[in-house]
Design a protein around this ligand. Sequence first.
Ligand SMILES: NC(=O)c1ccc[n+]([C@@H]2O[C@H](COP(=O)([O-])OP(=O)(O)OC[C@H]3O[C@@H](n4cnc5c(N)ncnc54)[C@H](OP(=O)(O)O)[C@@H]3O)[C@@H](O)[C@H]2O)c1
Length: 258
Amino acid sequence: MSEVSPHAERFSLAGRSALITGASRGLGWEIAKAMAQAGAKVHINGRDGDVLNMRCREMTDAGYEVSPALFDVTDTGAADAWLDAQVELPDILVNNAGLRHRHALEDCPPAAFAHVVEGNLTSAYALARSVAMRLKAVGRSGTIVNITSIAGPRARPGDAAYTAAKGGLEALTRSLAVELAPDGFRCNAIAPGYFATEANAPWVDDAGVKKFVAARIPFKRWGRPDEIAGAAVFLASDAASYINGHVLVIDAGMTINF
Ligand SMILES: NC(=O)c1ccc[n+]([C@@H]2O[C@H](COP(=O)([O-])OP(=O)(O)OC[C@H]3O[C@@H](n4cnc5c(N)ncnc54)[C@H](OP(=O)(O)O)[C@@H]3O)[C@@H](O)[C@H]2O)c1
């Protein structure tokens, strides 16, 4: 007699609680919606309280459990204060907030470099550490998903800070994966390619970028922000229970296109 595993149930996030940073728009917002639809209670992080409240209302009206998490991820004290105020700790952390400044070396002094590293990497480390330490202290574990970039393991002139920060975040993913695994945690990353979010709005209609997209992306189009969400749900869910330290590239095959 064959045993039938409840595979579909393993994709569910019912009973889980997720903190998604930078979730008031773009990829983070899509991830938040998808995680809520998969059954998780979601905490939407960002720096603009009005926008967060508006987003929360949208989701509450649709019947999902959601709350705002108003803090700047680069402010470790504020992030820790938010965590300490939670009755139930999030057991899913998506480090999605990030920033990019494209500058040649001569226009990127160390302070500007450090700012980008702070916003993409140091803040993700601090939050992952804070969440993991609090969960461990009460005998619980969780899953972490870091949003890196295809720009992490490869380079383009005029983008040193972002490349270093996202490459570092990829390395941090592996480091957390092995250090936290004995306590039952998993840590993975998603490396998006070209996604048409607000942050990329100036590039979507650029003639040169259009040519690049047609030539280099096998689907010959930008990704829609919602096309990131399924992977985040999957990596956070029990369906990915043996996946740890992995970087899942979502780029329509752009970076394997020879
Ligand atoms: N879009 C792409 O094609 C692409 C490709 C590769 C990697 N990525 C990465 O994917 C992530 C999301 O990108 P996106 O295009 O969706 O960005 P986006 O449209 O600019 O959205 C960024 C989100 O992060 C929030 N945020 C920014 N700085 C924050 C901070 N210090 N503390 C808390 N929240 C902060 C923003 O809200 P507030 O400003 O209101 O705080 C917003 O909700 C980033 O890490 C980015 O590097 C994106």
